[in-house]
Design a binder for this molecule. Sequence first.
Ligand code: ADP
Ligand code: ZN
Length: 621
Amino acid sequence: MENEKKIKRNIKKEFIQPDPVKINFYHIFLLIWLGMIAYQYYLVQNITTVSYSEFLSRVDAGEVKEVVISDASIRATLNTKKVGSNKFDSIIAVPVKDDQLTARLIKNSVSFKAVPSETFLGNLLKWLIPIAIIVFLWNIVLKKIMGSAGGGLLNFQKSKARVYVEEDIHTTFKDIAGVEEAKQELAEIVNYLKDPNSFGRLGGRAPKGILLVGPPGTGKTLMARAVAGEASVPFYHINGSEFVEMFVGMGAARVRDLFNQARKSAPCILFIDELDALGKARSTSPMSGANDEKEQTLNQLLAELDGFDSQTGIILLAATNRPEILDPALLRSGRFDRQVLIDKPDQKGRVAILKIHIKKVRSAKDLSVENIAHLTPGFSGADLENLTNEAALVATRRKGKDVVEEDFTEAIERIVAGLERKNRIINPEEKKRVAYHEMGHASVGLAMDCLDKVHKVSIIPRGIGALGYTLQRPTEDRYLLTKNQLSQKISVLLGGRVSEKIFFSDVSTGASDDLNKATDIARAMVTQYSMSDKVGLPTYELKHNQFLGGAPVQANQVSDATSQLIDSEVRFTLEAAEEKAIDVIEKNRKFIEACVQKLLIDETLVETDLKALWKEFGVSA
Ligand code: ADP
Ligand code: ZN
């Protein structure tokens, strides 16, 4: 709450404010127009249209006082004394070619005159009024479409996505905990923003776009804001989903507009939340024209990214929790080429985050933050903030003097019940299985001294599906992989399942993703790279057909016999790799047991922890 207020205060100006209702040209015009309609209505009330013959008979009856003749009409003012009760005092008739009319009028002593049918002013109005009405209505329609905000007719392409700019940010890295690696990576950006000109002095290319990747509530927005706060530069905050527009080209115009505004106040941070809404992979299918708008917006974003150089002083930060659906063009070098992982916190991280938020409530002196952190695996930073808040509410309700540990346990129970529905929190038995599974991957990776170094092992649940993960970082960029390296990859993938089999003498559903990936690699080895002697040189790769929405079609004809052979070779490749994994894990039982003990307490093991235990217990393949 406190925080929120602070943020609100910091919003110095919001770029596009909804227009206050102003009296302008259109309002005056509307009034005149309404007046004219009312006058017309008044006139019509007193006039009735009659046939020419009736007009003549009224002239003959002496009811007509005065006549005005034009090309298009004859207007007769009636003699009210003669007609009596005056529902109307004039009649109009369409003239007929009648040479006797003047004589007749004179005979009945009616005064008459003729007028030219069209006046200049009348002509002009006839033209102007409909045009003005159309313009007026069009403007109203446009305003409706663009939402409540709107300027005049001419600046309708201005960015309507809410852009917040905060000038004076007090958030710093101190307000964020549990993401030390990310902080280190972003510290460089802070240095750059503090002095953009001297940064490129030695020819180093300044970073442009950085993608913050991580589950919701882990502090990505907070981190971006803190970078701005640390460097004391303005912070532009927009949401990717607000850029997707109704009209083709509008989103692109907004992107251009936004960058122009940011350029004016450089150095600054431009933060795009939910980049995935904007930067979804463009469809390759030529059939779908419906995505034109999104593509234009994305193309404009790419163009802007390519457009500014290191001297501009704008840093683009973007957040997403689904990096895999982003258009690959966004991740190319010179664009969002740096990714910073902002993950759910481990035990140590949770302690640090809780300390930040507990400071804001009056807590008991003997409160053990460690105990609370132990009870909250899988909680994100936002969950922990919410927890602290709930605990304070519980304490208030029981009229306590300060917030004690029991308040937290009660709040945890309440929140976990909600989270279980959303996220699922794993139970201790599952946690143990996940630990053995992940250590299976890690130990095979370590033993084979694989191309991808084991960087981190974690049993913190991450969203749906993945219960834990082993993070491997490629040691170097590789374009060529040998047959041996590919089968090592398969062994690492199968290691998790093998470990479960060995330590629990039973397998679980948790390995399905691993199995899919392993099978894909094995199949590619056989059908694309001809790495199986039995199948031999011909490749049997499936080609993706553009015109069938990317559905794979068989490029070459494959006989039944070959197809069987491929299947058996894929199986053979997988089994051979599994053999190796089994061998490694059997040899490394001690290492795995030791790591699992530590994992169950700390939830994550980083490279250094793993290396230390490996020295003590590990056996290479
Ligand atoms: P995201 O943008 O990743 O969805 P936010 O930055 O909006 O998450 O986080 C919401 C709130 O949760 C923050 O304002 C902050 O109070 C709290 N929070 C999240 N992560 C952390 C963290 N690592 N350290 C401290 N507070 C955090
Ligand atoms: Zn696995």
